[in-house]
Ligand binder design. Sequence first.
Ligand code: SF4
Length: 196
Amino acid sequence: MDVSRRGFLKLSGLSIAAFATGLGFDPAVAEAKGYALKLEGSKKFPSICHFCAGGCGMLLYVKEGKLIHLEGDSDHPTNEGTLCPKGSSLLSVAYSPDRVTKPRRRAPGADHWEDISWEEALDRVAKKTKEVRDASWKVADEVVNAKTGVTETFPVNRTEGIAFLGSAEVDNEESYLISKFCRVIGTPYNEHQARI
Ligand code: SF4
């Protein structure tokens, strides 16, 4: 009998299932038991995927302070239990060794990044923001009146040297705070990456 590679795998799977059932071993029951064992002793938390603005519902299982499993929330109206590959991979994102967990700085002319403290990072950002804001502050702007052709001057009081770029990972609360912050420091340039 000629059996293709795919056919061979199919036959093998069927044989194993038939053998297991013959021994009174139901793969579906074993899978359910394995699932229950894996989650035993964990606490379940409903949450929202932060990857995109889809806002899919998730269930997070935490054991001894560590996220051990996540899955789509079947009660959530947006995704009804499903997750796309990005949402499904969040467990590995949480514990990836490549995840940057400290502020980093690459000095002018340097070819590498170095870790810096949060204090240093915040101080630098605050100092640079102030410098740029002061240097780029505009009190008034001139506009040519389309009807009269006369150039008129209007007060604007804004910085033209600072802009904010949001991302699909920014949630409602963060967007609210960013908008407020933009108004406080006087920049009208608050954009979203999806519009670029
Ligand atoms: S699971 Fe996928 S579609 Fe849903 S919010 Fe996350 S990234 Fe977006």
